[in-house]
Design a protein around this ligand. Structure first.
Ligand code: NDP
Length: 391
């Protein structure tokens, strides 16, 4: 599945600021809104989102095709697409004929909108499909995003965007070259409690942030899962769920870390963890000496994001689940609604396409995060050496 890089790396942005909900967060460098128009912010200079949507016909709802009908596509995305206002489940791409039959019936998908991995490129000729959402194992994202972009479709890639920085860049380049938009499945950017954390940290509601901590872990016991196969997963819990903590620290501050240090945990189940790490601890160092202490493991459960500032604190626990997110601050419980994160995420992207606006979760953010993940692995491989993040 690996491909060689074909183009040089694009200069990437150091800081990603966010504007969420109804407020706008301006960092010294730039800010992004859930959907922003115009090209005067640094996010616009990245290219992906400057793509014209002229090839997208005006429709009430854009059609989405899901690629890879596994747990996430079947358990979360397809149900969410029954609730979306700006897009709907129009097609599927699968290697399993029995799933094609089941999904066709369940979601009323016509035969002509069902593809295999071999016939996938024919999707270029299908006007029902405006957006392709790649929900395959991590190392397969690049091939299917690039083929989808060449078919002229707007693309969503699940996280982590890819297993190498070079692959992320190739995905961004393919989308730019084919004038289609690219977004990453970062659903928590559309979740009110996590949006509140962005506001608390980035707007310094309780003064300057002093420190951040977070963990996301769960237990894997089935040795056949692709998540334990380094070629398909790219790594272990860090790639899979640790990425949420990386994201959480970055969106708390609206910044990218300047350096990381990391160490692997003990391997207590060598039969399961011969290719990928069982657990990992890492620290992300931001400007002004702010440090985020983070953990991820496949051998225990954990799910939180905390921040401490000069005059107050906040905590989400659970922080990263599909629902039931709970938050409190030094002032009391956060009284915020539970939402369908995936429906909001996909509706926001469809809206960006229809109105030619930028996504708040672009390919460049996915690349930034994979760069941080790779630096964390490099540090752990080198016994905790401090690894600077390229700006
Ligand atoms: P699953 O293993 O449940 O599904 C993956 C699907 O990909 C399979 O069912 C299969 O679908 C297809 N596939 C094609 N080739 C392979 C292969 N060689 N090995 C395994 N599957 C293959 O994975 P998930 O749905 O849990 O994860 C898919 C992606 O979504 C990952 O990148 C993951 O990180 C991401 N994810 C994101 C979440 C989020 O909250 N944003 C949550 C969970 C996952 P088919 O039979 O149709 O061909």
């Amino acid at each position: 599945m690996k491909n060689k890089p074909t183009t040089p790396r694009r200069q990437f942005i150091r800081n990603i600021g966010l504007a969420v909900g109804t407020f706008s967060l301006i960092t010294p460098q730039f800010a992004l809104t859930a959907c922003t128009s115009g090209g005067n912010q640094e996010g616009a200079a990245t290219g992906t989102d400057t793509a014209s949507s002229s090839q997208t016909p005006q429709k009430d709802k854009l059609g989405i095709a899901l690629v890879g009908l596994g747990n996430y596509a079947g358990g979360q995305l397809a149900p969410a697409l029954q609730e979306t206002k700006n897009c709907y489940l129009a097609g599927i791409v699968t290697g399993t004929p029995a799933k094609a039959e089941e999904w066709k019936k369940k979601y009323n998908i016509p035969d002509e909108n069902v593809y295999s991995y071999e016939s996938y490129d024919d999707i270029a000729n299908n006007p029902d499909i405006d957006i392709i959402y790649v929900v395959l194992p991590n190392a397969m994202h690049p091939e299917y995003v690039i083929r989808g972009a060449k078919a002229g479709k707007h693309m969503i890639s699940e996280k982590p965007m890819a297993t190498t920085v070079e692959d992320c860049q190739r995905m961004i380049d393919a989308c730019n070259e084919n004038k289609v938009k690219l977004s990453i499945g970062y659903r928590l950017h559309f979740e009110p409690h996590n949006q509140r954390v962005m506001e608390l940290g980035q707007q310094k509601v309780y003064g300057n942030v002093k420190n951040i901590s977070g963990a996301h872990s769960f237990t894997i016991s089935d040795p056949s899962r692709w998540r334990l196969d380094k070629k398909l997963a790219g790594g272990g819990p860090l790639m899979d769920v640790g990425i949420y903590v990386v994201q959480g620290a970055c969106y708390t501050l609206g910044e990218t870390p300047v350096a990381v240090t990391a160490s692997y945990g003990k391997v207590t189940k060598p039969d399961l963890f011969s290719q990928v790490e069982q657990s990992i601890h890492w620290e992300m160092e931001f400007r002004n000496g702010i440090v985020a202490k983070c953990d991820s493991s496949y051998a225990e459960g954990a799910n939180y994001l905390k921040g401490e500032a000069e005059n107050g604190w906040w905590e989400l626990s659970p922080a990263y689940s599909y629902g039931g997110i709970e938050g409190k601050t030094s002032e009391g419980p956060m009284d915020l609604p539970q939402v369908n994160q995936q429906a909001r995420q996909m509706d926001a992207f469809a809206d960006c396409i229809t109105h030619n606006k930028e996504t708040s979760v672009p390919g460049e953010m996915g690349l930034r995060d994979v760069r941080i993940l790779m630096a964390i692995y490099e540090s752990a491989d080198k016994g905790g050496k401090r690894v600077e993040i390229e700006g």
